[in-house]
Design a protein around this ligand. Structure first.
Ligand SMILES: [Zn+2]
Length: 69
């Protein structure tokens, strides 16, 4: 029983966004250039935050001048 408990809680990586532990069986996304992992799936927005901080610089509704407000 000790072995099963430790296997269920096995940490396989650290999240590149929140630096929290990623356990066996967690939903994750792998980052293309680094091979790091981020949490994904319900209740975890690490993947979205990671992309938002590195890919996008604004979010909202675009106007006729191309500005986002
Ligand atoms: Zn995370």
């Amino acid at each position: 029983m000790e072995q099963r408990d430790s296997a269920e809680a096995a940490v396989v990586a650290d999240c590149a966004q929140c630096r929290g532990e990623i356990y066996v069986g967690d939903d994750v996304r792998r980052i293309d250039d680094s091979g790091d992992y981020v949490h994904a799936g319900w209740g975890r927005d690490c993947a979205e935050k990671y992309a938002m901080e590195r890919v996008y610089d604004a979010e909202g509704v675009i106007n006729d001048k191309g500005a986002i407000y």
